[in-house]
Design a binder for this molecule. Structure first.
Ligand SMILES: NC(=O)c1ccc[n+]([C@@H]2O[C@H](COP(=O)([O-])OP(=O)(O)OC[C@H]3O[C@@H](n4cnc5c(N)ncnc54)[C@H](OP(=O)(O)O)[C@@H]3O)[C@@H](O)[C@H]2O)c1
Length: 323
């Protein structure tokens, strides 16, 4: 395992574990996964040096936090524990109460990273940051983070907090590269972190899916990347991943992760549907891509032009209802 090395109280592993999958109906992994596999995944992650664990109050309506806390057990103090608040009514007393509720579900005395899940379009961050400041003062929260923030709003959040907002959790992968524009340069220049979510594009970059073999759960039924036409269009990018994977005796998913975390300010938080996937993901931290390999993948990614946005809506409906 490799670590960010940016002077946080606890080390942050370059590959973490995302836990939206734990107990969430929309991923459809079922009770056996929630009751057994999830625990085994967390335990194995600890063995392999993973310290970054990401959850949110909204995942499975609190189930993910409970499952994660239970699986971490006595190791909880050792890890860099990250959760998120959905800023629906982000006034200080509500923020404080919600942090306590998350900590209770996790069984934690302290949230190492407390993140604003998404920007509230109506309420400026001065409001939520009053609550965050109070939580830091009493020691319930270590670092404050944001998620799905633009650079402008990330900086505004820092001004409002009056100290660093350590991280911004955003989609970052070979098929979602907008953080390269300004978030990554900012993070690198100022000792901040970009937490890459959906680093495998929800499994697309594993190469496991194609137009004849599409995933069925609700999350991916709503994701235009899994439309047959887009899976077809992704074939060249998957082939490029396979070629690099062969050179490293690795899998396409591992290479996709190695590509994301090659940037020094990035840690990735892939989810995992099995212990085996978790093992592969953790091992990806130690893969060094050459500059040529990195560039070849970036170029293949530019050539991937999926149908997204409004143009994808009729096809999503057709794919969903079989018409
Ligand atoms: N802040 C936000 O708004 C936000 C939004 C989304 C996600 N997140 C966080 O980011 C985490 C990860 O994002 P994500 O779950 O959307 O996408 P992801 O990590 O890109 O994809 C996860 C899925 O990819 C497949 N997979 C994982 N490792 C694999 C491997 N080694 N080989 C082959 N397939 C593999 C698994 O699905 P199958 O095995 O079923 O194919 C797994 O469920 C979440 O758990 C959550 O913590 C945050």
């Amino acid at each position: 395992m490799r670590y960010l090395g940016i002077g946080t109280a606890k080390e942050i592993s370059k590959i973490g574990l995302g836990t939206w999958q734990f107990g969430s109906r929309e991923w459809g992994y079922g009770d056996r996964y929630a009751d057994q596999a999830a625990q085994a995944i967390v335990r194995r992650a600890l063995d392999l040096g993973v310290t970054l664990f990401d959850t949110a109050e909204i995942y499975g309506f609190g189930r993910s936090e409970r499952i994660l806390g239970q699986a971490l057990g006595e190791q909880l103090e050792r890890v860099f524990l990250a959760t998120k608040i959905l800023p629906v009514l982000p006034v200080a007393p509500v923020v404080e109460q919600r942090a306590v509720a998350s900590a209770n579900r996790l069984g934690a005395h302290r949230l190492d990273l407390y993140q604003v899940h998404q920007p509230n379009p109506l309420v400026r961050d001065g409001t939520i940051m009053r609550g965050m400041r109070a939580l830091q003062r009493v020691g319930l929260v270590g670092e404050v983070g944001v998620s799905n923030y633009s650079l402008r709003r990330w900086r505004a959040a820092e001004d409002a907090l009056g100290s660093r907002v350590l991280s911004n959790q955003v989609p970052y992968s070979l098929v979602a590269r907008f953080p390269e524009r300004d978030l990554l340069p900012f993070a690198q220049a100022h000792g901040r972190v970009v937490l890459a979510y959906s680093p495998l594009a929800q499994g697309l970059l594993s190469g496991r899916y194609d137009p004849g073999n599409r995933p069925t759960n609700r999350v991916r039924a709503a994701n235009p990347l899994f439309l047959p036409v887009n899976l077809q269009r992704a074939a060249e990018l998957i082939a490029a991943l396979r070629e690099v994977a062969e050179a490293h005796s690795a899998t396409p998913a591992q290479i996709a992760l190695a590509w994301v975390i090659r940037h020094p300010a990035v840690a990735a938080i892939p989810g995992a549907s099995s212990v085996e996937q978790l093992e592969h993901n953790a091992a990806a931290a130690d893969i060094d891509l050459t500059s040529d390999q990195y560039q070849a993948l970036a170029a293949a990614a530019v050539r991937f032009r999926p149908i997204t946005g409004p143009a994808a809506i009729p096809q999503l409906a057709r794919a969903r209802f079989g018409r």
